[in-house]
Design a protein around this ligand. Sequence first.
Ligand SMILES: [Cu+2]
Length: 290
Amino acid sequence: MSESGRISWPPDQPVWTFDWRLADAPDEEGIVILGAAYRGHQVFAKASLPSLRVQYSGPCGPYKDPLNYNNSHPTSRCPGTRVCVYSYTSGGQRALSLESYHTIGAYRLTHRWVFWESGVVMPRLFSAGLQCPYDHRHHTYWRLDLDIDGAGRDLLLEYNTYTADEGWGQGWHPFRSEVRRVKNPASRRSWAVLDLDSGRGYHLLPGPNDGTADSFSSADLWLLRYRSGEDRYGRQGSAAADGLDAYLDDENTDGQDLVLWYCGHLFHRVGEGGDDWHSVGPDLIPFGPW
Ligand SMILES: [Cu+2]
């Protein structure tokens, strides 16, 4: 089973248009966003959450938890659907939220996409529940197939406070071939995808609780050139390994069709019990002449 729909929002004067879907195995990758455009300019070909891996400091797991239609449930806000679509206003800005609530064993998981009128996009994963009484980390892998103003002509830039101006502004360095990167809060490391023709782009800012890669989940960002065979939906990786390094083969990424994978590392301390909700997710912020 699956659920899908089309968004044109706000209805009175749409700024966001896209399709969405929540599918079952083997296409299970949470709520998938397809063909998203902001103010008529393409942003994503596809954005999804294909892999969620949990590692325990104790004799459990590791597990890979699929977010699919089958383990999703209606909530009181939307008793008739698995994907709840609702809008709200916060700080004078309107936002559209798409969210699905899942249970897997003792875990309760909410996957949410928030699309702001300003163009900001917030992917979020919320988790509660204790499957096993040990500290653990939920490694949350979003696949962001950004096609800003269409596929191709995109470039990834990385910000660090220590980088001199190389022609892209103080702090920004371009990556011209495939690479994986680890967060570095000390240099306020973040990333941006720029369309070289239009000057429009999106800045990816790690969330305050997104943690940093560890030996089990060895990177925070992968920059890949788009290859259709590398989109494996919910079959990406296993409980033991994310499998993303296999796609790093030094392909050119300068002005190409790019895919980013971003990992948030949600830390659960067993002493907090199972009732607290924790969340991870980056902010995606538009820049340039949208
Ligand atoms: Cu947990």
